[in-house]
Design a protein around this ligand. Structure first.
Ligand SMILES: NC(=O)c1ccc[n+]([C@@H]2O[C@H](COP(=O)([O-])OP(=O)(O)OC[C@H]3O[C@@H](n4cnc5c(N)ncnc54)[C@H](OP(=O)(O)O)[C@@H]3O)[C@@H](O)[C@H]2O)c1
Length: 337
């Protein structure tokens, strides 16, 4: 197996989780898969840019972060694009913040990496939801990979399941719970909390951001629905073509009434293919307890694919997390041969 030279853009929760995994599993990965790597560069707004063509000292990097100081060894006065252009990295991991309006700066990072002969692995929904087809075509034209497993359900292998074990099946519909924050809030409302208190609890646990609108208004789920439609079902759906309603209108009374009817409210992302027509939406739905998604509780995510040859196939797992999303980056790199 080739020795990967890895560069990271964005070194927050996921970037640090990924490096921790590499340090912890270094020997296992080499023995099991012959996986060898050097992390040659990292660029982050808060910590600066470091580059060493022979590989950085990762323990030192984590020590810098641990005591809250900028990177010390091998530091350069470079921005992210300099690291992409001038480094000897063969794989670029894009892990900056998600921007679902313009996709920037992540789309520019991905394009620059591909144009400079580097594979791209990302968990950032911006490039995947807004520019998948363009970036995949650019990667293909250069014999490179553009891999995005972590953009939907973090490390739970939804996209790679469609591309791997389900190869040969046509996926004609998908239905899922794709946002852990809203599912956590709805689960806690079933336990008796008001929407406001459930949201506060989710914020206290770090599930919801100070401005929770991206989650509770359904925009995050809409991004993931668009990614699934385009990556798994081969459409060219745009974000704005997905009808989108969040959970802010769901009251405690609605939850109680559903319970009396033997149902639960869930925020469901749906994609249905009918010939050449695609219908996609995000909406709270009252589903019966017998529905496969009714038992998905707390911050868990799940998706059911409806296929032509196997019928329904479901996958459930974490939709976020430091190690869970770091794993998606590792798993995608392991697919680069
Ligand atoms: N955390 C999860 O569980 C999870 C799950 C699935 C997908 N994702 C996606 O993965 C990506 C990373 O998530 P995260 O949780 O690691 O976010 P995070 O903790 O906010 O880290 C992102 C880092 O990128 C840095 N950054 C932003 N713009 C940059 C630029 N132009 N050049 C260099 N660095 C830049 C940020 O610096 P500043 O803070 O100084 O701006 C920050 O340190 C996001 O797109 C997120 O949506 C996360």
């Amino acid at each position: 197996m080739i020795k990967h030279k890895i560069a990271l853009i964005g070194f927050g929760t996921v970037g640090q989780g990924f490096i921790e995994i590499l340090l912890e599993k270094n020997f296992f990965l080499k023995n099991q898969y012959g996986f060898e790597f050097d992390v040659v560069g990292i660029s982050d707004i808060a910590y600066g840019t470091v580059y060493n063509p022979d590989g950085l000292d990762l323990s030192e990097i984590l020590e810098d972060i641990c005591i809250g100081r900028s990177f010390t060894q091998d530091s350069r006065s470079w921005q992210a694009l300099d690291l992409i252009k001038y480094s000897n990295a063969t794989v670029l991991c894009e892990m900056t913040y998600t921007n679902l309006k313009t996709g920037e700066p992540a789309i520019s990072h991905c394009k620059a990496a591909l144009n400079n002969g580097k594979h791209v692995v990302t968990c950032n929904k911006g490039p995947a939801a807004l520019a998948y087809s363009e970036l995949k075509t650019l990667a293909d034209s250069k014999g490179l990979r553009f891999l995005i497993e972590g953009t939907v359900m973090s490390g739970t292998p939804l996209l790679n399941m469609a591309d791997g074990p389900l190869s040969g099946c046509e996926i004609i519909a998908a239905q899922g719970i794709l946002n852990g924050t809203t599912n956590y809030i709805l689960t806690r409302m079933e336990a008796g909390l008001t929407y406001e208190n459930a949201l506060k609890e989710a914020q206290g646990l770090g599930y919801a951001e100070a401005d929770p609108s991206g989650d509770v208004e359904g925009y995050d789920t809409r991004g993931k629905v668009t990614i699934i439609a385009n990556v798994v079902m081969g459409t060219s759906l745009k974000l704005e073509e997905v009808a989108c309603n969040g959970i802010t209108g769901i009251t405690h009374n609605d939850i109680e009434q559903a319970s009396l009817e033997g149902c639960k409210w869930k925020l469901i992302g749906t994609i249905k293919k009918n010939g050449n027509t695609i219908i996609a939406s995000v909406s709270p739905e009252k589903i019966p307890l017998s529905h496969p998604l009714a038992g998905v509780m707390g911050a868990m995510n799940a998706v059911t694919f409806t296929t032509d040859l196997l019928g329904d196939v479901s996958i459930m797992g974490p939709g976020a997390g430091r190690k869970e999303t770091g794993f998606s980056i590792l798993n995608d790199i392991l697919r680069i041969k």
